[in-house]
Ligand binder design. Structure first.
Ligand code: ARG
Length: 456
């Protein structure tokens, strides 16, 4: 008979048992479920709701059950539905009536809300550390190649010369916001729901503040109906992870492009690539491609959670049991990305000569010429137009921008002086961009130092 079976005359049809179980995926909450139960039972004894000796017996049995599950010795059965029932029924089987006192003033509704928060809190801490590690890998690559220049792109067209380190640090910034979003989420979810009961609180004289303190929460929830009904914290985590995935996917796309024959900017270590079963010469950037692909799951999980919650009347509905599948998948996917990415970054090799060669196209310095004209007092739109005309002249005469003589340049840019002929040097172009946030050598060195200090 199920623990809730008192008012039922028939339970346990096999199809329903299988349909409604969650143990196959919520078993991973066991440590947090046990930690929550230990705090709850400590409080039940402290408030005199159950005898101290009973609490002592329950706590040591719960510790044994934890070890049992650690060792894979608990048999999971669909009839026992979920992790909460597995642990409680094992307890009751061992302690009889004493064990049956644990669930006083508690419902699985507030219990599962607690467990997910506890579990997610630990996972978020782990993922934030992982993101820091990822940032460090990018930073080390930037710091090891501080003067490597490359073409920067807009619309995937060569745009202006930038430092490779600057490009890498753009991702360090994105990842920093990702870690920040996870930390925000952790802050908001760190509120203790136990004591909300099924939805209306409890008539028993429990001490919610004590449980809150024992489990290291910042405060207790202030509305029992909200506490058992909402999963916005899970949605927030999935959303932050979807954004993180979007960033990883963009980096993946850069890496895939950079490692192609057309770009040839980098070479990934063999360990992070695979070959083709048909074409012997192939070396494919699978880790980057799979990272881009797994991001789709992060989006799907977010959509699933939002859709799961959108039509639910207050308060708890069984639909909410389905929250764990997408949430866990997002956490696992983020973990997987954080596992493979830092070593892939650390082991890739840089083809600085190739990047420099691609960055030496004088067309990349066209904006520098226009800005020189602005310095001489020419309105920017006029300057832009004149340089545009020079580009047209060069195309028509089959010359690169740095192949024209001063006289030729003056046909379209009357203000041009000899100095203009020196503007086509990519290193010079980079070194003139020393504003805060720009790609100049000193500006980027300053950013490298900033992040080294922040991530040490
Ligand atoms: N396994 C359930 C879940 O994950 C636990 C809560 C069940 N509550 C209930 N009233 N049936 O949501």
């Amino acid at each position: 008979m199920a623990l809730w079976g008192g008012r039922f005359s028939e339970t346990g049809r096999a199809e329903l048992t299988e349909f409604s179980e969650s143990i196959s995926f919520d078993h991973r909450l066991y440590k947090h479920d046990i930690a929550g139960s230990k705090a709850h039972v400590t409080m039940l004894a402290a408030t005199g709701i159950i005898p101290q000796a009973t609490a002592g017996a329950i706590i040591s049995k719960l510790d044994e059950i934890k070890v049992m599950i650690d060792r894979g010795e608990m048999e999971f059965k669909f009839e026992l539905e979920d992790i909460h029932m597995h642990i409680e029924s094992t307890l009751i089987a061992a302690l009889g009536d004493e064990g049956a006192r644990l669930h006083s003033a508690r419902s699985r509704n507030d219990q599962v809300a607690l467990d997910i928060r506890l579990y997610l809190r630990d996972e978020l801490d782990f993922l934030i550390d992982g993101i820091r590690n990822f940032q460090r890998a990018l930073l080390e690559l930037a710091a090891g190649n501080p003067r490597v220049i490359m073409p920067g792109f807009t619309h995937l067209q060569h745009a202006q010369v930038v430092l490779f380190a600057h490009h890498l640090l753009a991702y360090v910034e994105m990842l920093d916001r990702d870690a920040g979003r996870l930390a925000d989420c952790r802050k908001r979810l760190n509120v203790m729901p136990l004591g909300s009961g099924a939805l209306a609180g409890s008539t028993l004289p429990i001490d919610r503040e004590l449980v809150c303190k024992l489990l290291n929460f910042d405060r207790v929830t202030t509305n029992s109906m909200d506490a058992v009904a909402d999963r916005d914290f899970a949605i927030e985590a999935a959303s932050a992870l979807a954004t993180f995935g979007m960033h990883v996917s963009r980096l993946s796309e850069d890496i895939i492009l950079w490692s192609s024959q057309e770009f040839g900017f980098i070479e990934l270590a063999d360990a992070f690539c695979t070959g083709s079963s048909l074409m012997p010469q192939k070396k494919n950037p699978d880790v980057a491609e799979l990272s881009r692909g797994k991001t789709a799951r992060l989006y799907g999980n977010l959509t699933a959670l939002l859709t799961l919650c959108k039509g639910l009347p207050l308060t708890y509905n069984r639909d909410l049991q389905e929250d764990k599948i997408p949430l866990f998948d997002s956490l696992d996917t983020a973990r997987a990305l954080l596992n493979v990415y830092p070593p892939m970054i650390a082991t890739m090799s840089i083809n600085a000569d190739r990047m420099r060669a691609m960055a030496s196209d004088p067309a990349l310095m066209a904006t520098d010429v226009a800005e020189k004209l602005v310095e001489l007092g020419v309105p920017f739109r006029t300057a832009h137009h004149r340089v545009g005309s020079l580009v047209k002249y060069c195309r028509e005469n089959n010359k690169a921008l740095n192949e024209v003589t001063l006289e030729e340049m003056q046909i379209t840019i009357p203000e041009a002086t000899a100095e203009f002929l020196t503007l086509f040097d990519p290193e010079a172009s980079v070194s003139k961009r020393e504003l805060p946030g720009a790609t100049g050598y000193n500006a980027v060195a300053g950013q490298i130092a900033f992040w080294q200090n922040k991530l040490k």
